[in-house]
Every structure is written in C-alpha cells, then in structure tokens.
Design a protein around this ligand. Structure first.
Ligand code: CP
Length: 310
C-alpha cells in the first residue's frame, strides 16, 4: 500500500512503493488483456476526475481504471464545472468534500493546485498533471514501460530531450530515475533547461548528436507552446534540425534502446513519423501501461482502507 495520503509529487512514494506499484500494475495489465476486465476492488468508493486543463490519455485512462475497479466515477472538465463562473479552488474543494468523495484526480494549469486541494480536503488527491510542476502517474507508467522492456532502470542512461523547463513530465521523471539508480541527462538548448538542472538529479548536454549513441532510452518531449508566450528557439525548423528525432538520427540509436514520448506528439517537430513507426518506439505501450498503473495506484491508495479499519 502507499503510505502517503496524497500522490502529488513522485517523492510521495518511496522506492519500495514504486516497485510495488509496478508489480501490481503487471497483474492489472494481465487482467486488462482478458475479455472480462472488471474487478470489485473499489466498489463503494467515489472518485472525481477534476480536469481543468485538456487531457486525452491521463483522463481517459484514470476513468477506465476506476471503472475496471468498480469505483463510482464523476467527471468534471473546465467547461462543465462552476470554475468558469468564477468559483474559487477552495469552494470547489469544499463542495466535493461535502459530497463525501474518496479521491480527487486533478489536472490544472497552475502548478500548485493539487497541493491546495490536499490542504483543504478530506479526500485523497492524485495529481493528474499540475502546470509545469509534476505528473507522477506519468512517471510510474514510464518506469513500468522501461522495466518491462529493459528489466531494470538501474545503471541505464536516459536522455530526456526538449522543452524541459515547461515539462511536468521531466519534473517527475528525472528525480525518480536518479533515485532508482539510473543516469538521466537533459538534452536541450539552454533556453529550454531549468535554472538548476542538478536539483532534479539530471546532467545536461546541449548536443543530441553527441550523446545519442550512449542512450538506453531516448525520451522526447513536446514544446509546450501553451506554457510560454512564444518559442524559446529561433524557429521550429532550427529546433527540429538540432533536437528532432528523424530517420537520419535513428541510425545512431542503439538497437536495444527504447524511444519514448508521453504524448501528445507533434509529428515532424520533436519526432518524425518514421521514428514513431520504428520497433524501438514504445509510445503506445506507454499508453497501454497507463490504465494498469493507474489501477495499481488507486488500489494501493484506496483498496486497503476497509481492511485496515476493520
Ligand atoms: N501524457 C499526458 O499527460 O497526456 P494527456 O495530456 O493526453 O493526458
């Protein structure tokens, strides 16, 4: 079980808990491959999916995971919630607490939203991605995919490439990899690097071509246009020339390496269609793992409660 009440940052789970999530997710993945995918595990629990920023993968995989564990799900989006009428975060939090929900899975463009919810709610909070801060369940599904394919992340060199400074995916993934004994490297132009990359446990390289042959995992990120007022590079064309994964660069990627992307992808910018079609690319495996990993997280945060209280 996960000891922390909330999952807001990847540091809310210990290394042992991360490996337990991966082990449980393996079981749930097998169940997801069966014709009958439903389990009674979270019967009687109510989970609110409060997505105030767009999402395809995270929101739908949480909803599927909840349904497969027999929880009752409520879905709120920005356009359908009272926040568009000016309701505050605190009033939203108190409203759901009054309804006695057990868990809120939240996404918001503000990188402190989940912490505010956690400070003002009885319900457990799971961060579905908050601003440029963190996206811990993305990290868990990425780790699942890496461990399934490589056996371990320990000792592996993982290149995280692109718009790191605006990436909540990098904000969770790099410290988790460092904690688990991997060697994360941020590969980006200086304008897309955080001020203190060491704080996230990563080294830095400005040249993709220089490090590409060393990488066990080539992890590509989208330029987060919605989080900046403009490009932080002279042009997209120049960015693609220096940091895009295309057919020419594929020749430098190791035969046993993985090519990953959290999605949504900008085809032809950070990743070309030929790279997506390459057998080393595991983007849809990441999506597939998302449902099983989120089932594991919710099971480990909610599933043991009743036995513990008995
Ligand atoms: N990776 C990810 O968070 O995708 P969505 O924005 O579609 O949820």
């Amino acid at each position: 079980m996960i000891k922390s009440k909330h999952l807001i940052e990847i540091d809310d789970v210990t290394n042992d808990e991360i490996y337990e999530v991966l082990e449980n997710a393996r079981t749930f993945k097998e169940i997801n491959d069966r014709p009958l995918k439903k389990l009674p595990t979270l019967r009687g629990k109510t989970i609110v999916n409060l997505f105030l920023e767009p999402s395809t993968r995270t929101r739908s995989s949480f909803e599927l995971a909840e349904k497969r564990l027999s929880a009752d799900s409520l879905n709120f989006s920005a356009s359908s919630s009272a926040t568009v009428k000016g309701e505050s975060l605190l009033d939203t939090a108190e409203t759901f607490d009054a309804m006695k929900v057990d868990m809120v899975v939240a996404r918001h463009k503000y990188g402190g939203y989940c912490r505010i919810l956690a400070d003002h709610m009885e319900a457990k909070i799971v961060n579905g991605g908050d601003g440029i801060h963190q996206h811990p369940t993305q990290t868990l599904l990425d780790l699942f995919t890496m461990v399934e394919r490589m056996g371990t992340v320990e000792g592996k060199t993982i290149g995280i490439i692109g718009d790191i400074v605006h990436s909540r995916v990098a904000g969770s993934l790099a410290p988790a990899l460092a904690r688990l004994g991997a060697h994360p490297i941020f590969i980006a132009p200086p304008s897309y690097l955080p001020a203190v990359p060491d704080a996230l446990g990563a080294e830095v390289s400005y040249s993709l071509d220089a490090v590409l042959p060393e990488l066990d995992v080539v992890y590509l990120l989208r330029i987060q246009g919605e989080r900046a007022s403009g490009l932080s590079v002279p042009s997209l064309r120049e960015y693609t020339m220096l940091y895009g994964m295309d057919l020419r660069r594929l020749a430098s990627v190791r035969e046993d390496a993985l090519i990953m992307h959290p999605g949504p992808m900008n085809r032809g910018v950070e990743i070309s269609p030929e790279v997506i079609a390459d057998p080393r690319a595991v983007v849809l495996d990441q999506v597939n793992a998302g449902v099983a990993v989120r089932m594991a997280v919710m099971y480990m945060m909610l599933g043991g409660e009743d036995e513990a209280a008995a």
